[in-house]
Ligand binder design. Structure first.
Ligand code: ISC
Length: 355
């Protein structure tokens, strides 16, 4: 285990690309260490390796399997100091700005310009003693049910996250995905009850995914919605699985799903235009997707296991830029959406030592 992490640290010191990750509910860590510093990109999704894609899909970065050393290790028991995340001071200007764009989104929905939009913001945190290996292990320890990763490329930068959302798992013609939306803070005493706003928000995601998948699949199975926990946040989730048409390509299926209404909105194009015109920053890799492409290092099978890049952050020198967004519908209350985004930021703040 120590040699696994020291190898990755050395690789980083040499400024070479790599990805380090662990799948949900698994104790195995994978490292793909690219042996040169080239920037590889995806052309047709037939490539093998680890993909790191931006929200707008303009940057489709690949760590190719054929140019990488692949290393694994098993998670060992370790304890990390609890970081008090709750006592962060609130940036009033950020709060007002976020509430204003949510208000504008609600107005647009009421004017029937679209049905749902996911609006996000970013926040900077000044770091003390940042260590990516330590942060990765800490994320894995407190969010074992998520996909935990650390991606580095000298031309892209360092990204880390613990995402609860699968975009697509495809093995031959069989596929699995999920509709995830609705958020509430975990509360020990309280029973989990959802308001209609959250139920609707999640149902939109399910309906969209199922409708789009039916265009490329011979069968689509849909579970009942159920509650699922990611760290200290509850979501509503529906499992969706089935069989793809023999002629469907991976590229088509990804294009069909990404970006889902869990990160963009409905209808997709109008929501995306609203996001680009109003969020006031470029999401880059936040709400993009990442994961194994035509390679499964766990089983040697040719399969893809892709996740949506949520609960993620970019590390730059001595600061972290955190990203979080909320699904906006006509019932959204700006102050509540702000609070939801603050709760989501805690996912990352819990593993960051601050100055
Ligand atoms: C866009 C994010 O979450 C999505 C996934 C689950 C629940 C969501 C929500 O309740 O709004 C979001 O759609 C994020 O965490 O930045």
């Amino acid at each position: 285990m120590n040699s696994f992490f020291s190898k990755i640290k050395k690789h980083k010191e040499h400024n070479l690309p790599f990805v380090l990750y662990s799948k949900p509910n698994s104790k195995t860590f994978f490292g793909l260490l690219q042996q040169n510093n080239m920037l590889h990109t995806i052309a047709d999704y037939k490539e093998k390796g680890f993909v790191f894609a931006s929200f707008d899909e303009k940057q489709l970065i690949l760590i190719p399997e054929s140019e990488s050393e692949i290393i694994t290790a098993e998670q060992e028991e370790s304890t990390f100091e609890n970081i008090e995340a709750e006592n962060f001071s609130i940036d009033e200007a950020a709060r007002e700005h976020y509430k204003a764009i949510v208000e504008k989104g609600v107005e647009a929905i009421k004017n029937e310009e679209f049905k749902k939009v996911v609006l996000s913001r970013r926040e900077e945190v000044q770091l003390a003693d940042f260590d990516f290996v330590h942060t990765f292990q800490h994320l894995k320890q407190i969010y074992p049910t998520t996909f935990v990763y650390c991606f580095f490329h000298p031309q892209i930068g360092l990204w880390m996250g613990a995402t609860p959302e699968q975009l697509l798992k495809a093995n031959g013609n069989a596929f699995e995905t999920m509709a995830l939306a609705g958020t509430q803070k975990a509360n020990l005493e309280a029973e989990i009850l959802w308001e209609q706003k959250e139920k609707d928000e999640q149902q939109y995601v399910t309906d969209f995914i199922v409708k789009r998948l039916r265009e490329v699949a011979t069968s689509v199975n849909v579970s009942e919605p159920y509650n699922t926990k990611a760290g200290s946040i509850w979501h509503i989730k529906t499992d969706i699985s089935g069989v793809l048409n023999p002629e469907s390509t991976l590229e088509e299926v990804i294009d069909t799903l990404h970006p889902t209404p869990a990160v963009c909105g409905l209808p997709k194009k109008k929501a995306k235009t609203f996001i680009v015109e109003n969020e006031g920053y470029d999401r880059t890799f936040y709400t993009g997707f990442l994961g194994e492409l035509n390679s499964s290092f766990a089983s040697n099978a040719v399969s893809s296991d892709l996740f949506v890049n949520l609960r993620s952050m970019q590390i730059k020198q001595n600061k972290a830029i955190l990203y979080m967004g909320c699904g906006i519908t006509k019932e959204s209350i700006p102050e509540k959406e702000w609070e939801e985004s603050v709760n989501k930021s805690m996912t990352m703040k819990r593993v960051l030592k601050r100055v």
